[in-house]
Design a protein around this ligand. Structure first.
Ligand SMILES: Cc1ncc(COP(=O)(O)O)c(C=O)c1O
Length: 391
């Protein structure tokens, strides 16, 4: 039979997340693979969604999102990053950050143009570039410090470069880009007239004395930066898929033109609830409490991994820990993660999936700590067996 799949999707398999979740379920493993919280979403956010449905906010939201939410996003961005945002022209609400990234790439990149991606890379970026007909160019961050090699990055900028995609705080390595790195990246974008698409979905999850800085807030970057975020990670409602892009009118137009024909708009009552969440989070100390709870989870998991004989790279932000497993004698990260899931009962993600050369991720495993305390404790307990079961 003819292969009915279009060329543009033939290279996309099922995601590693699905594969590992199925394996975790089959073996009753504690799932530290997929990056979604297993604990309850905050009551004030759930109540706001219930109230919006009861009040019949149940018809299509405007294509660019409900005004109240755009105003709340504008106010939050202004407060957190000092970036002035016009809610009428500078915001578009999407179905999760994933749609915002996809719509941004599709709206900005012509076939044959290049997009710089920094790996390990969140798994939707490469398919977005490919579906736009663009060409991904990769800069690889290396452990243990995951620093941006600015000379190597500069080499990737060519006359065909249309955009660079950044993610800070970073999934999976937990890197929070420093001001110095962002300034050097800004300088390259400016010099080469390149647009930056910055995925900041973990903006409120930053540990120790690290500081999340928005590239859009650096001198000269506002006109050429799209900042993308969503409600899912910050408010533990990943299933709501309420996301957004913020930027100058011209770049938001690029996102909007695509978005209007992908989904047109997302769930109206959830947008209303998202507005309430953003409007009230500071006053009810939600962000500070969230940060504190995640800091404790991070510290717990890092210690548990160390106790099990792994070598975790302590994350500065987000809710994942990458750990070095290269000394344990496994063939690669997939073999290790399969063993860990089936024999030890803890599921993790093999990070080779985040690199265009699988070998770059073959000596590591990614663990999520967006899990409740008993689940993390059970994982720690099971991980102790790892040190005792030599391969
Ligand atoms: C870096 C990064 N960007 C985007 C997303 C997806 O965000 P959303 O669920 O809002 O589409 C995730 C989810 O894991 C992520 O880790």
């Amino acid at each position: 039979m003819t292969n009915h799949l279009a060329q543009r999707v033939r290279g996309f398999g099922t995601t590693i997340f699905q594969e590992m979740t199925e394996l975790a379920n089959a073996h009753n493993a504690v799932n530290l693979g997929q990056g979604f919280p297993d604990f309850a979403a905050p009551d004030f956010v759930k109540a706001a969604a219930q109230a919006a449905i009861a009040a019949d906010v149940n018809q299509y939201a405007p294509g660019n999102g409900r005004l109240r939410l755009r105003q709340a996003i504008a106010a939050d961005t202004q407060r957190r990053a000092g970036i002035p945002v016009n809610p009428e022209t500078d915001v578009v609400v999407t179905v999760g950050a994933t749609e915002a990234i996809f719509a941004a790439i599709l709206g900005l990149v012509n076939p044959g143009e290049e997009v710089i991606l920094i790996e390990p890379v969140y798994d939707s970026y490469v398919p977005a570039v490919i579906m736009a007909g663009g060409v991904p160019r990769f800069l690889t961050l290396r452990p243990p410090h995951w620093k941006v090699d600015i000379d190597a990055l500069a080499q990737l900028f060519t006359p065909q470069t249309r955009a660079i995609v950044l993610n800070t705080p970073h999934n999976p390595i937990g890197k929070v880009y420093s001001r110095n790195e962002l300034q050097m990246i800004a300088e390259l974008c400016y010099r080469h007239d390149v647009v930056a698409v910055v995925d900041e979905v973990y903006e409120y999850l930053v540990y120790d004395d690290n500081e999340h800085i928005s590239l859009a807030g650096l001198p000269g970057m506002r006109p050429r930066t799209l900042t993308i975020s969503s409600l899912g990670k910050t408010f533990s409602v990943t299933g709501w898929k309420v996301g957004w892009a913020v930027g100058p009118r011209e770049l938001i137009t690029a996102v909007f033109r695509t978005h209007q024909f992908i989904t047109y708009s997302g769930a109206a009552p959830l947008q209303e609830a998202a507005a309430v969440a953003l409007e009230t989070a500071v006053a009810n100390t939600y962000y500070a409490d969230l940060q504190k709870a995640y800091q404790a989870r991070r510290d717990f998991l890092v210690e548990a991994l160390q106790a099990a004989g792994l070598r975790p790279f302590v994350p500065q932000g987000a809710y994942f820990v990458m750990a070095d497993i290269s000394h344990l004698g496994f063939a690669d990260d997939r073999a290790f993660c399969r063993y860990l899931t089936t024999e030890i009962g803890v599921a993790a993600i093999p990070p080779s999936a985040f690199y265009h050369h699988a070998a770059d991720g073959a000596g590591m495993a990614r663990f999520a700590f967006c899990k409740s305390d008993p689940v993390l404790a059970e994982a720690a307990q099971r991980l102790r067996r790892l040190g005792k079961t030599a391969v």
